[in-house]
Design a protein around this ligand. Structure first.
Ligand SMILES: Cc1ncc(COP(=O)(O)O)c(C=O)c1O
Length: 383
């Protein structure tokens, strides 16, 4: 029998898929994988129904012109600088293939990222032939913080890019303008690309996050996701806002993957983006998720967990001495993501768990109830 290439042999089921599978198997509440329980807004669904049967053939690889214009208008960027992708996941992969790689006869390019790290960043860098290098975030009683000195000292002659995520999954951190200014200064002095994963750009609980592109338009690629913004993660519509003049080359790499993103869904997102903005959809989303966050933060604290309150995203991280992800799903019916899912090189903080609160209030209540029962059971077991 022929063998699979080594890179395929080493690619295993992700922890996210595994926890969703275990949640289904044990009938657990799924506070693991980050997909919402709510249905997408009616204005999006109706637009998709209208598009099927009228827009059924290929679009250009860079995307349907109406969608590039709509994304550009929403971000305050020229539509010509937008490349539409099949989700932010593909956007990140296209950028990995476009910005760094192996170097014949010498060592590969390096890309810097922070740890905890979203699960696709490290394998995508490796598949592109580059070397991922992570800098751990600090965690203490006050919460997560960026170690700027460590980031600075991680830059080498081989560094090509810094890949950032703000609002940050899983920590919920929103980097301040002055932190981003320091990162931009570092990128400028070392001539690095900046990849800014902003899929949670509309999910914040304080001040609106600064978009890195505002500070360094000449070197920033911004990644976005209609799936995250419009509660339709299965639609796989994402985008890259490129520095001026680079979109056609990025689209050239993008066309070697899925060629183009399903066209009726591109058209639906094109119609929905201005409606979402005009009708205050994101404000309602933030208000609703803010309440669910407060419910989960309060409930977990009552159960004795140490909770790091997020400033953005629909995730929070927490620690509890008696909780462990495998046991929680199997015996207590609550699926969460273990901290090690976000650590590729460094050790995760002990007992770190990620909880998603893009789930219904009923699911969050049920999960808290089951965690409370688990504590009673655990204390009986100890006695
Ligand atoms: C930080 C981050 N980037 C990218 C993605 C992928 O987004 P998409 O579903 O649009 O591929 C996710 C999904 O959870 C994410 O959390």
């Amino acid at each position: 029998m022929p063998q699979l290439q080594r890179r395929a042999q080493s690619s295993a089921e992700s922890v996210f898929a595994r926890m969703s599978r275990l949640a289904a198997q044990y009938g657990a509440v799924n506070l693991g994988q980050g997909f919402p329980s709510d249905t997408p807004p009616a204005f999006l669904l109706e637009a998709a129904r209208r598009s099927i049967g009228t827009l059924d053939q290929y679009s250009p690889p860079a995307g349907l012109p109406s969608l590039r214009e709509a994304i550009g208008a929403d971000l305050g960027v020229d539509g010509a600088d937008i490349v539409v992708t099949s989700g932010a996941t593909e956007a990140l992969n296209v950028l990995a293939l476009s910005l760094y790689g192996p170097n014949e006869g010498s060592l590969p390019d390096q890309v810097l990222m922070l740890e905890p790290v979203f699960d696709v960043y490290v394998p995508q860098a490796r598949l592109a032939g580059a070397e991922p290098v992570t800098v751990p975030m600090n965690l203490d009683a006050a919460g997560w913080s960026l170690d700027m000195a460590a980031l600075r000292s991680a830059v080498t002659e081989r560094t090509r890019a810094i890949l950032l995520n703000s609002p940050f999954n899983p920590t919920g951190t929103v980097f301040s303008r002055s932190e981003l200014q320091e990162i931009v200064a570092l990128a400028r002095s070392n001539d690095l690309w900046l990849i800014s994963d902003e899929v949670y750009d509309e999910l914040y609980f304080g001040e609106r996050p600064t978009s890195l592109r505002e500070l360094a338009p000449e070197r920033t690629f911004t990644v976005g996701s209609a799936g995250k913004r419009l509660e339709a993660t299965g639609w796989r519509v994402g985008w890259i806002a490129c520095p001026t003049g680079l979109a056609s080359q990025i689209a050239g790499i993008r066309q070697q993957g899925s060629f183009c993103t399903p066209v009726p869904l591109q058209a639906a997102v094109a119609a929905a983006l201005p409606i979402a903005r005009a009708e205050g959809f994101y404000e309602r989303l933030r208000a609703e998720y803010g309440e669910r966050k407060n419910m989960l933060v309060g409930g977990l604290r009552e159960l004795g967990a140490g909770v790091y309150e997020p400033s953005g995203t629909y995730f929070l991280t927490a620690q509890h001495p008696a909780w462990q992800a495998e046991t929680l799903v199997q015996t207590h019916g609550v699926a969460v993501i273990p901290g090690q899912a976000f650590y590729a090189f460094h050790a995760p903080p002990a007992g770190l768990l990620r909880f998603a609160f893009c789930k219904s209030r009923a699911e969050i209540e049920r999960a808290l109830g089951q965690l409370a029962t688990s504590q009673t059971t655990d204390s009986h077991e100890v006695v």
